[in-house]
Design a protein around this ligand. Sequence first.
Ligand SMILES: Nc1nc2c(ncn2[C@@H]2O[C@H](COP(=O)(O)OP(=O)(O)OP(=O)(O)O)[C@@H](O)[C@H]2O)c(=O)[nH]1
Ligand SMILES: [Mg+2]
Ligand SMILES: [Zn+2]
Length: 324
Amino acid sequence: MPEEPPDVARVVRVDARACEVERGDERRMARLRGRLWEDLGEDTSPVAVGDHVRLGEDEGEWTVEEVLPRRNLFARRASGQDADRRQPLAANVDRVVVVNSLAQPPFSSAAADRILATCSFAGIPALLLLNKVDAAKPRKVRAVEETYARAGVETLAVSALRGDGLEAVRERLAEGTSVLYGLSGVGKSTLLNALHPELRLPTRPPSRQLASGRHTTTHSRLYLLPGGGDVIDTPGIRRFRPYGLPPHELRLHFPELRDLGRDCRYPDCRHVDEPDCRVRDAVAAGGLARSRYRSYLELLRELEDIHGGPAREPEDGPDHKTRR
Ligand SMILES: Nc1nc2c(ncn2[C@@H]2O[C@H](COP(=O)(O)OP(=O)(O)OP(=O)(O)O)[C@@H](O)[C@H]2O)c(=O)[nH]1
Ligand SMILES: [Mg+2]
Ligand SMILES: [Zn+2]
């Protein structure tokens, strides 16, 4: 039984009908009030890790009465039958650490670029963590670093297993709340174990290294690092789709495209098939990474399919100025 009435707490893990909350040094479960599910709106859940909630009490049990306004929300488009809804991933965070692997699984620019664009859209700073440098060719590491330097994205190349680069990660995460996010098997939990050995989080056994479709981590949870900083470990994803990002805004969330696009003939150039497009010129001249442009095009088509947008086939003449 709580001695004093609980008031405001922070959510550190979310279950189906309850969540684990932290208040001061104390962590315990709190039941979500039924009415929180009544005004869900577009969301798949009323609460996310990192949320501040107002607590109540019911027969000695803690309850979540209200989710307090958020400073920001990292979210994605839900999958499966909930595909039209928003899945909250973490709230009130200071940065998203987009974790990618340089080998096993190979680097996925599609995953990195989708998550980075979504962070930009949500107004959350992001950095790209390149894990498994121990297993990667140095040339590959340099090429990826260069691509993202040109995109204005901070990168950190590390080996969670061997320890390379971990001091820089510790420094970077020492303040505020960070989310580790990325494909399954890239080494998020291994990294967190390296930063905080007492956690002993389960990681994928090496024998299952190449098996796909299985997450080792099943719940997002927030941990406090010994040297400072809070880190949220998340279950790996297979595919990432942004929620609520309007297709015509996408180009603003690819910084190199945004900069190059200022000199396109049309101010609202989509950089697909418009004449005098500086973005396409830059791709042809090697000034813009093909992988980034490919990610952009693929995402643009997907968002236009969802939100409605110009026809996918090239049109005759530059009539797109009147399209919306
Ligand atoms: N060679 C190498 N292997 C690593 C490194 N970091 C992690 N691994 C291996 O990669 C596999 C996956 O690691 P996990 O930490 O379970 O990956 P995860 O991102 O937490 O995966 P999910 O929980 O499924 O999202 C494990 O077998 C790790 O041992 C690294 O720096 N180098
Ligand atoms: Mg994990
Ligand atoms: Zn253009």
